[in-house]
Design a binder for this molecule. Structure first.
Ligand SMILES: Cc1cc2nc3c(=O)[nH]c(=O)nc-3n(C[C@H](O)[C@H](O)[C@H](O)COP(=O)(O)OP(=O)(O)OC[C@H]3O[C@@H](n4cnc5c(N)ncnc54)[C@H](O)[C@@H]3O)c2cc1C
Length: 383
């Protein structure tokens, strides 16, 4: 066993941290308050090559391995959670199916500009009536004139209101449930494709989220991303492992930011004649957090390593996501208690950590659903 990152990975982490410290941190409050997409920041991250983190050099990408990508996701979430959401969505789900299944022509037209930050991509699973249960997908794709006609509405789509293209999950046979789901590429400008209202969110400000509407949108045959109708769920599982571990490391970063900030407060804030950090009950909060944080982070990197090694690790990725997110919920709660009443004031960062962290409970799968799957798996095969 070797718990060290390579020298290159340490170097890469330092470079990402530097970019986050210089470009994002000074603007975190501004991004949170404005709740607009920071396009200038997006362009700066594109210039640094990060939007092509996992894509081949041929399309302008950095083509780094899974472990290195995870380092990026962790460091990025130390800045603005909303900006991190948009960037990671572009790198992972927003472009994954295009990179894997798109024709060369589609890759040149869509993927290469996405890597440069010139186009913004989305992934569209969720609908008003189906979130966790994708077999309830009502968006349809019907064969017509050598292509497909897409009808339906998607909701809660990260970057939806500003997107240039989207990967849409649709059914080619509503009676067949999950077996008939496939992904289709739809690009801005397609007749019948429009964006709805931006959702006013609790947290993750700086990422813009909203509805997408498909009203008789015709796309050519090659916009079906995958080997024929019905491949959607199978391919989602492959990328979901990576998304879940990314979410776990986002959770570790937010938890660490919240508790590090609370640590400074505990050193300065005086009550009953001494800094509150001298009281045992406050110290216990840091001790508990430390143990849970270390465990969550180790587990997340172990799951990342399993993905990289090509191992069967669906359960480990779900466990890592669930554990790290629950750790993060506890950390932002305890950190805000250390802050006392000031945790409620918008001028301090604790309220933002508290709001931002909530998204982690849903992204990559709600914990009730993950527990269902994990419990069944444990009963079937043991731990
Ligand atoms: C900020 C943000 C950004 C998002 N971005 C995107 C995006 O880019 N693209 C996209 O497609 N979606 C996106 N989503 C949607 C997200 O993926 C869904 O919220 C998530 O899949 C859960 O679906 P739901 O909200 O419909 O909850 P539901 O599936 O309706 O679940 C509601 C509750 O029921 C529970 N539940 C459901 N099934 C079971 C079961 N079998 N057993 C026990 N409990 C169960 C859930 O755990 C949850 O507690 C985003 C959401 C947010 C908040």
């Amino acid at each position: 066993m070797d718990f060290k990152f390579t020298e290159e990975q340490d170097f890469f982490r330092a470079a990402v941290r530097d970019a986050v410290d210089r470009l994002i941190r000074p603007r975190v409050q501004e991004i949170d308050e404005a709740d607009d997409f920071p396009m200038d920041l997006w362009k700066q991250f594109a210039e640094l090559g990060y939007l092509g983190l996992r894509h081949p050099e041929k399309y302008g990408g950095l083509d780094v391995d899974v472990m290195t990508a995870m380092i990026f996701y962790e460091e990025l979430a130390r800045g603005s959670c909303g900006f991190a959401m948009t960037v990671t969505m572009q790198i992972l789900m927003g472009t994954y199916f295009i990179a894997r299944f798109g024709s060369e022509e589609i890759k040149q037209r869509v993927l290469a500009p996405a890597v440069k930050g010139e186009k913004i991509g989305t992934i569209c699973f969720t609908e008003d009536q189906s979130g966790s249960d994708l077999s309830g997908t009502r968006t349809t794709a019907v064969k017509k004139d050598g292509g497909w006609v897409i009808n339906g509405r998607k909701n809660w789509i990260t970057s939806g209101p500003i997107c240039d293209f989207c990967t849409v999950l649709a059914t080619t046979d509503p009676a067949k449930g999950a077996e008939a789901l496939s992904f289709f590429l739809v690009e801005k400008g397609a007749e019948g494709f429009s964006t709805g209202q931006k959702i006013d969110k609790l947290g993750s400000h700086g990422s813009v989220t909203g509805e997408l509407i498909f009203d008789n949108v015709w796309v050519p045959r090659e916009n079906l991303l995958g080997e024929g109708p019905g491949s959607g769920i199978k391919y989602s599982t492959d990328i979901l492992n990576e998304v879940r571990v990314m979410t776990a490391l986002n959770a570790c970063a937010i938890a660490d930011e919240a508790m590090s900030d609370a640590r400074k407060y505990a050193l300065e804030r005086v009550a009953f004649g001494k800094p509150i950090g001298k009281y045992q009950l406050i110290r216990a909060k840091f001790a508990n957090h430390w143990a849970w944080y270390e465990a969550a982070r180790l587990f997340a990197y172990k799951a990342a390593w399993m993905i990289q090694e090509g191992m069967d690790c669906r359960d480990e990725c779900m466990l890592a996501k669930m554990f790290a997110t629950e750790m993060c919920m506890s950390a932002v709660d305890e950190a805000s208690r250390i802050y006392g009443g000031n945790s409620f004031a918008m001028e301090y960062p604790q309220q933002r950590f508290f709001r931002d962290a909530r998204f982690l409970l849903f992204g990559g799968g709600c914990h009730e659903v993950l527990r269902n799957a994990l419990g069944a798996s444990y009963i079937r095969k043991g731990g």
